[in-house]
Design a binder for this molecule. Structure first.
Ligand SMILES: [Zn+2]
Length: 281
């Protein structure tokens, strides 16, 4: 016997939840929930949803649809804070073991390359959960899933791409299947999704963005007006210790790599990204 599950698309209707870059949390929550619902259904799960459209649900109404009627509840959300906070969070009840919430967070992080922020519980008093989804759902084991920060540029960009949105949804489904005792049938992840994932991994490593670049080369280090290594495209030279205040990008140029940089006047140039010649500060 498999366990039963209900997927709760956070917020809805008048309650749009968090928002960032023109996207409302309630919309992404519904989209991912509908996707997960139909995938689980297709695999033979006994699965329901708290809402299937953009309707308002009061906490009481939401609880009435969940409490004691299912073994597991997955509540889908996105965070928002100051535009700087980012990453994946899962929240479990103080009365539950952290295994399920930890597995969800770990698998999502593994698949998406997004950072793990925390797996946690929150209480308002001894033995009392802070979140009503934990406090009032009875024997239904509920995990609140925060996929990332909708107002953080990189988190947002990740989920904004359809292919990565699906990868994330699948990562969660896989763990859910283990939890409810159902065999997970992988989706044929197409090339696009894999590419997106690789792109995201690269984005994660772009720690040079916005930082100062300095020449550590003893001679005169050429910089170019376009992405090029040609003499004709040389704009000027840096001597050792001279630099550009801001790196804007890193690109492949004819077998090598160049940083796209900006000077204090906002003019943009290209310069070798080789660590023998330049330093990122
Ligand atoms: Zn939320």
């Amino acid at each position: 016997m498999t366990k039963t599950i209900i997927i709760d698309a956070g917020h809805g209707g008048k309650d749009s939840g968090a928002n960032g870059f023109g996207v409302l949390e309630k919309d992404w929550a519904l989209e991912i929930s509908k996707y997960q619902y139909s995938r689980l259904k297709a695999m033979g799960a006994d699965v329901r949803m708290t809402r299937k459209s953009d309707i308002t649900l009061s906490p009481t109404e939401r609880i009435a649809r969940i409490k004691n009627q299912y073994d597991v509840c997955l509540s889908n959300h996105w965070n928002a804070f100051d535009g700087k906070a980012r990453g994946v969070e899962t929240i479990h009840s103080i009365h539950a073991k952290p295994i399920f919430a930890t597995d969800l967070a770990k698998r999502l992080v593994e698949v998406t390359g997004l950072p793990l922020r925390r797996v946690f519980t929150r209480k308002i008093g001894a033995g009392v959960d802070y979140y009503f989804l934990h406090r009032l759902t009875g024997r239904t084991e509920t995990v609140i899933m925060e996929y990332g920060f909708i107002d953080h540029e990189l988190d947002h960009k990740y989920y904004h791409q359809k292919a990565s949105f699906i990868l994330a949804a699948e990562a969660v489904i896989e763990v859910i299947c283990g939890k409810i005792g159902l065999k997970y049938i992988p989706l044929n992840v197409d090339g696009a999704a894999k590419e997106t994932h690789k792109e995201n991994q690269k984005t994660e490593l772009k720690s040079f963005l916005g930082r100062r670049l300095e020449s550590k080369y003893d001679g005169q280090l050429r910089f170019y007006k376009t992405p090029s290594w040609k003499d004709a495209d040389v704009y000027g030279f840096l001597t050792k210790g001279q630099g550009f205040p801001r790196i804007l990008d890193k690109i492949s140029v004819g077998g090598g790599e160049q940083y796209k940089v900006e000077n204090s006047k906002g003019q943009q140039f290209y310069i070798t990204a080789h660590s023998n010649f330049v330093e990122v500060e």
